[in-house]
Design a protein. Sequence first.
Length: 334
Amino acid sequence: MQSTLRESASKMSKDTDPSLVVADSLADEVRRDLTQSPKQLKPHYLYDTLGSRLFEAICALPEYPITRAEHGLLDTHAEAISADMAGPVTLVELGGGNGQKLAQLIEPLARSNWGLRVELVDVSVTALDLAKQTLERFRGLPVICHETTYELGLARVTRHRPDQGGMLVAFLGSNLGNLDSRSALGFVSVVRSVLRSGDRFLLGLDLVKPESELLLAYDDPLGVTAAFNKNILSRLNRELGSDFSLEHFRHHVEWNEAASRVEMHLESLCSQTVWIPGAHCRIPFADGEMIWTESSRKYQLHEIKALGAQAGFTVREQWVDTEARFAVTCFEVV
């Protein structure tokens, strides 16, 4: 997690353009993260315009069942997720992609007789635009977009929420899996800290499954995930003027059983030095050296419940796709 909600909020005033905050931090983060050992890049930088489109393609791959499983669970249980919530409802989605899952949650809420307000938080303007287009079919529905980090967006949304009514925060697509155990607990605790009694937190997480299935999901035969991963280097070339040669790096995926996570890397295929003018640094790479770009933690069902309990939530309900091994858990503040 980039920072806590309080730390993030202290760095940005109400009048600051969040897109500028993200842009200004890129050079500093790249310089810091590529001089660490092991080298790494923050996963949210994978989601520029092209990266967001490539991720949409990944979600359609037969080897990547997460999205289809989550859609199925939401389609079956959307009514139960928001049942008995006090209106008007503020529905917040963190990093929601194209808005299709959000639309499933909106359907039962839109049929109610009280107001609904939707807040979208994502660092990708492309994802926000796609989601807003998806939700246009709900005529008259207020949809507010926040192009910023989850923490900053959540701080802004909760600062301006109505005094009355409930809030449902959705964090789907197994996005929490990008964080290690400590950061995941910290993030869920931040969400809990801004919610009131009766509010809910909807969390979608991928479960542990055979290693062969996990590796195939993140290293598909068509090479879509490889293109998605290598696109982060294209972004640095474009935005920071760096001279990464994409043919000198390859997509590499491994299963870290001890940490229960899939790790995605870019492996240098030769000894080389990359010049990054926008970050004022030269980065040497040894032959075979890795850049760690993303992790995806896989959970056991009891670990999800324990995570929520540690953060101060009560489990309202948990639904599981047993074939795809994916779970959607609805937590509540009591």
